[in-house]
Design a protein around this ligand. Structure first.
Ligand code: ZN
Ligand code: ZN
Length: 630
């Protein structure tokens, strides 16, 4: 006997058993009929023939069965047909239908059914409202939720614990945290859903502190709660907190799921915390978590952004499924590292496998061309984007093109290109040109562009700094001073530069001029030692950046105040000679730090990898992978 025959034989007996119980509704309750319509239809027909359909209890069991959340939507349509034949449906039957629709693609039907229930002069009960609230949450309609709240008060269910918990969820999910909070603190028996809803609500609005306070007070936590808290940290930029909480989660022996791991791994990517990223990857492997598309893409992104492009490729090649975003991640990762040719190879491979590139994919390939100085290829791709793929360029794409021309020293062409844009150029586009003017020491265009930028974004300190660097490189000190005064008068504050370095799985943050690190004295002494060694082979502090960055009286100590220098000194202090020093910086690397790092890589025979706001710099034997263009 084949398996199939066994299967149908098994089903046949279950139908037979159902048929036997037809005349005994109590038995029907105990039976679990097959969810296949082919078996339900004769059952239904039999109920009509024998008038069992008029028995409210029996028919309610059939409806409850068909609308079970575990069953397919086909059964819901069937339930609706059965429902329409019932002469006097009761509240139980309505609840079953309302519940089913609240979870369906058609949640408005549950509101419709509720209105019908009222027309029939039936009384809703404490189960009716949670389902209705779920529908309004599904719609993300606070107004509808408030109307349901009105109904709850009308029928006197406002102190029902089950209803209250549902109200908390509805208000928190709809963004009315104040009302959610008010109800939350009135509930005598909070369920895990309420706690989780409140925590999720606080995160969603960025209040991670309140979320964490509540999280710590929770009597019981499940993986969903952990996931919401960790994701909340990650989404609101508290990446180190996300990683720390994952550590606590592991210590409490709660098994993480894929969602948690995506948050943890992408937090490691932001922090540039390779060691912790690797540990998270190990956890995924050891716990047999499914490396699905999202988790796989997060891993590729993490390795690329933590400076290990080889591992990023290895993970990418092992993925069984790849969509356009996954391909784009690997292409962008290679571009950031300056591996332009390889990045373009992956692009070609992606197209060959039949995956259509999207606008973000072109941002990635164009930036690969720009980082690699491939002007012609870049222009070809730009044309192909419009002609072959019918993708209208957005400002980011134009920005890449300006960057591309600028890097190649074609500054006039870049300026003309901006003036001819069909869209109004934004600050980053002008910024790309100003950056190029700094590198190519073109004060004439730089001054023009700098003024446009300051007018566009008068509060953005970065553009003042960039323009002052253009002046400083041309020894135009008067203008530097004037610009600095101008910035002071307008009350523009420099955004504090910081650098991150991970040592023994812990991320240390250094802020420019900040002496709060417990080992700051040793770190400064270390920098002195480093500076001595590199000065001996020709390093001179570059005054142009220093001048603008700090106050006069601090000028003396300024050279070792820059956050990446402190981070490098700390890395040299705490790691072995063979260890690659990896640093993540929130701003562009300044000229002086760039030069100093090149010297360090040679004098100490160390590999240093710095990720700044724009790209990666791999320092090896006195050279940087950016070829001094960034
Ligand atoms: Zn610096
Ligand atoms: Zn560099």
């Amino acid at each position: 006997m084949t398996t199939m025959e066994t299967g149908s034989y098994g089903s046949y007996t279950s139908v037979a058993r159902i048929l036997l119980t037809f005349n005994n509704p109590k038995l029907l309750l105990l039976e679990q009929p097959s969810s296949n319509l082919a078996y339900l239809r004769p059952l239904h027909a039999h109920m009509i023939r024998t008038h069992l359909i008029e028995d409210t209890f029996t028919v309610s069991r059939l409806i409850a069965f068909c609308t079970d959340p575990g069953h397919s939507p086909t059964l819901l349509h069937y339930a609706r047909r059965v429902f329409s034949q019932i002469q006097n449906p009761n509240t139980f039957i309505y609840n079953a239908m309302i519940r089913a629709y609240s979870a369906s693609d058609n949640p408005q039907q549950s509101i419709h059914l509720y209105n019908q229930l009222q027309c029939r002069c039936l009384r809703p009960d404490n189960l009716t409202f949670p389902f209705l609230l779920k529908s309004s949450t599904h719609f993300a309609s606070l107004e509808m939720g408030m109307q349901i709240n009105g109904q709850i008060i009308r029928y006197g269910f406002e102190s029902d614990v089950y209803v209250q918990n549902s109200l908390v969820h509805m208000y928190a999910a709809s963004g009315d945290l104040q009302t959610a909070e008010r109800i939350f603190y009135r509930i005598s028996h909070l369920d895990i859903v309420s706690w989780t809803s409140m925590i999720g609500g606080y995160n969603r609005c960025g209040d991670v502190r309140s979320a964490r306070q509540l999280f710590d007070r929770m009597p019981q936590r499940n993986v969903v709660t952990w996931s919401i808290m960790i994701r909340g940290y990650a989404r609101n930029g508290h990446f180190d907190q996300a990683v720390n909480l994952f550590r606590v989660m592991k210590a409490e022996n709660v098994r993480a799921n894929e969602t948690v791991m995506v948050s943890v791994i992408s937090s490691c990517a932001h922090l540039g915390a390779l060691e912790q990223g690797r540990r998270a990857h190990d956890y995924v492997v050891k716990n047999n978590l499914a490396v699905n598309l999202i988790l796989g893409t997060a891993l590729v992104d993490m390795y690329a952004r933590c400076g290990d492009s080889r591992k990023a490729i290895e993970v990418f090649e092992q993925l069984t499924e790849r969509d356009v975003l996954c391909w784009t991640t690997v292409i962008a990762g290679l571009a950031m590292h300056g591996h332009a040719e390889m990045s373009l190879e992956y692009f070609t491979r992606m197209v060959e496998t039949g995956v259509m590139p999207r606008d973000v994919t072109f941002t990635a390939v164009l930036s690969a061309c720009s980082h690699g100085g491939l002007v012609e290829r870049g222009f070809k791709l730009f044309e192909s984007m419009r002609e072959d793929y019918k993708i209208e360029p957005r400002l980011e794409h134009y920005g890449c093109m300006v960057d591309l021309l600028g890097r190649a020293g074609k500054l006039d062409e870049a300026e003309r290109f901006i003036h001819q844009l069909p869209l109004k150029p934004n600050a980053p586009i002008w910024g790309a040109l100003l950056g190029a003017c700094r590198i190519h020491r073109n004060v004439e265009i730089g001054e023009r562009v700098g003024k446009i930028l300051i007018e566009l974004e008068p509060g953005h300190s970065g553009y003042y700094v960039l323009l002052s660097n253009v002046y400083a490189r041309a020894n135009r000190w008067d203008q530097v001073t004037e610009l600095r005064q101008n910035m002071k008068d307008r009350g523009v504050k420099k955004s504090p530069g910081y650098s991150l370095i991970e040592v023994d799985g812990i991320v240390h943050r250094f802020i420019m001029g900040d002496g709060s690190h417990p080992e700051i004295e040793q770190i400064r002494a270390m920098w002195e030692e480093i500076a001595l060694r590199i000065r001996a082979v020709g390093y001179m502090g570059n005054k142009s950046d220093v001048l603008f960055d700090i106050d006069e009286e601090e000028k003396e100590s300024a050279l070792y105040q820059h956050s990446e220098k402190l981070a490098i000194a700390f890395g040299m202090m705490r790691t072995g000679n063979q260890t690659v020093i990896r640093i993540v910086k929130n701003l562009r690397v300044c000229d002086d730090c760039h030069t100093a790092t090149k010297f360090i890589s040679k004098v100490f025979d160390r590999e240093l990898i710095v990720r700044d706001r724009n790209r990666f710099h791999h320092f090896r034997q006195g050279e940087c992978s950016c070829l001094d263009y960034w």
